[in-house]
Design a protein around this ligand. Structure first.
Ligand code: ADP
Ligand code: MG
Length: 475
């Protein structure tokens, strides 16, 4: 069977995949398309020049080895950089550049886009003197790198952010897309990058804007018939930060205008920084051409912080607020609020407030109360099934035994405890609890609850059962 560009590239990919991390593979190799095979030269198409530079800088050896394995020593690699034209021409423009000019690896040729003869392409909407207009960055100085604590969960995103801040528009991370769940630091990190750039390059025009506000401005501009001024305003920015880009979903007009702004900025090597609560693959109702651009640079995820990071975030916050809190309570907070740093901070603030308004010490008791307010809704709902499972495990029996009709004392007690906790932890009615725990009636459940109350206050051993199970259920 004769080899095709695709089959050769597939063999290369199989080898490459084995030799790099899945994340790197996804970021740098999945977007590549094999386009041509002539003699021993394989042409691969990459989505941007930055992409090509990144491959050259980091993966040239790997590419070479993989290609040599498939095509032998004579193998050559040709990059085709495909960028759609922003200015309305349908044809992608490419130009061959002699390999020696571009790279020190003699075996490669490169196709790169023709530079516009006149890079400051005449824009009919240029407003004379607009360069002198000062644009407020809208950055929040309290979101900076100094107080954005580093941990495993954010290391990639944080260091990519720093790299971008050091050389805006000149790294491969363009756009830099920061994504992750709510309250994990996307907005904070986005501001940090902007602040750092302003610090290093005061002459650069940096603008932070939420996608929501961007959309409003756009709609306003259409109403006022100055859409072009709107576009032009954004095109003169050096570093554009758009927060919560997922909010553009379903908004075709805004997406279209953003597409043009993005292309202009990118082609002029201006930095674009985006945040989103989803990875690009999971974004819905966003045009394909826009999605593909989001993937041109680097998508870096902010994950849920691990325990150590949570502890240091808490301590840092306490330190900045000048508050002392027992280690035990710090641990408790870090252990109980895991998925959202904003909630973690909220709990600390409310704990401090409670203790100072009520002139009470910050105790574990108080911390528990407050954490309940924060995580009740997000915490896994304790179900009657779960209660039966926990109780029967505690007494080393199975759920059927717990539900059975037997009168054996220890089984009856287990069943009564399950009923008691079902009443305590769920909103279910007595009748519904009874029917789920061995098909009993509401009077049986009521009796069980009273018995448990009584026994717990008279029988030490029994009281321990109650405490132990309670702990297991509230963990
Ligand atoms: P998102 O935009 O992802 O919803 P934010 O950036 O608003 O989240 O962050 C929520 C809160 O958590 C902010 O007050 C922020 O300062 C704080 N935070 C997030 N990540 C960190 C971190 N790594 N170090 C310190 N504080 C953080
Ligand atoms: Mg945010």
């Amino acid at each position: 069977m004769s080899e095709t560009a695709q089959s050769v590239w597939n063999s290369c990919l199989a080898f490459i995949k084995d030799n790099i991390t899945p994340q790197a593979y996804k970021t740098w190799f999945e977007p590549i398309q094999a386009v041509k095979l002539s003699d021993k030269a394989l042409s691969i198409q990459v989505p941007s020049k930055f992409f090509y530079e990144w491959l050259e800088e980091h993966y040239v050896k790997l590419l070479k080895v993989s290609l040599n394995r498939v095509l032998g020593d004579q193998a050559k690699l040709v990059y085709v950089i495909r960028m759609e034209n922003t200015y309305g021409n349908k044809q992608p423009f490419t130009e061959k550049i002699p390999s020696t000019n571009r790279t020190n690896h003699g075996s490669q040729e490169v196709d790169v886009p023709i530079k516009n003869k006149n890079p400051e392409l005449k824009n009919p909407f240029i407003i004379p003197g607009i360069r002198n207009v000062k644009i407020e960055s809208q950055l929040n100085p309290s979101y900076n790198f100094d107080n954005f604590l580093e941990g495993d969960s954010n290391r990639l995103a944080r260091s990519a952010g720093l790299a971008v801040a050091n050389k805006p528009g000149e790294t491969s991370f363009n756009p830099l897309l920061i994504f992750g769940g709510v309250g994990l630091g996307k907005t904070h990190l986005a501001h940090s990058i902007g602040i750092e750039i302003k610090d290093k390059y005061p002459e650069k025009t940096v603008l932070y804007i939420s996608a929501e506000k961007f959309t409003q401005q756009y709609i306003e501009s259409v109403k006022k018939n100055n859409r072009n001024d709107f576009i032009h305003f954004y095109q003169i920015i050096d570093v554009l930060i758009v927060d919560d880009i997922q909010l553009l979903s379903g908004k075709a007009g805004t997406q279209d205008v953003f597409f043009h702004i993005f292309n202009h900025l990118h082609q002029n090597r201006k930095q674009v920084i985006l945040t989103s609560d989803k990875a690009p693959v999971d974004m819905q109702d966003i045009e394909q051409r826009l999605l593909s651009r989001f993937k041109w640079g680097l998508s870096a995820e902010l994950q849920q912080p691990d325990n150590d990071t949570r502890v240091s975030i808490i301590k840092n916050k306490l330190y900045r607020d000048g508050v002392d809190m027992p280690e035990e309570i710090v641990e408790f907070l870090a252990n109980n609020i895991k998925t959202n740093i904003r909630e973690l901070e909220g709990a600390i603030i409310s704990l401090i407030a409670h203790s100072s308004f009520n002139k009470k010490d910050i105790t574990l008791e108080l911390a528990k109360k407050i954490v309940d307010n924060y995580v009740k809704n997000t915490k896994r709902e304790v179900s009657i099934d779960y209660i039966q499972k926990v109780v029967s495990e505690y007494f080393q029996m199975d759920v059927e035994t717990l539900q059975s009709k037997t009168r054996k004392r220890h089984i009856v007690q287990a069943r009564q405890l399950a009923m008691f906790f079902a009443k305590k932890f769920t909103k279910a009615s007595l009748a519904s609890i009874g029917s789920q725990i061995g098909k009993r009636d509401h009077a049986t459940v009521l009796h069980a609850c009273k018995t448990v109350d009584n026994l717990a206050s008279t029988d030490k051993q029994f009281n321990k059962f109650v405490d132990d199970i309670n702990k297991k259920l509230t963990l």
